[in-house]
Design a protein around this ligand. Sequence first.
Ligand SMILES: [Zn+2]
Length: 110
Amino acid sequence: MSNFVWCHGPNCHTSHTQDRIRGVKGSKVLRTRKVKQTRWNSGSEHFNMYSYFCSNGCYNDFANKYVREVIAIAPRTEALETPINVTRDSQPDRWGSYNTQITTVDNNVG
Ligand SMILES: [Zn+2]
């Protein structure tokens, strides 16, 4: 059983690499790479971009070409906020800097 998907990079088949060459002399082509499906890129908890793309470059090409469609899936119309506590050291560290600590507030506690 061959378990693969074709790389979804829109320009994958245009990259000049040895492994993409297919066909016989006189009618050679550069072909889209296969992306082998393994438990590491398509197991239930491992599904990620490497399930569909042969490289970061192909992923970036896809994201740049379809960015409007991708953003339409989950548009951000307002800023998100994370509640925090900010404390500043009362004493300087050994280099004379007063450091600031940021800790997130867990609203689910209490
Ligand atoms: Zn690719």
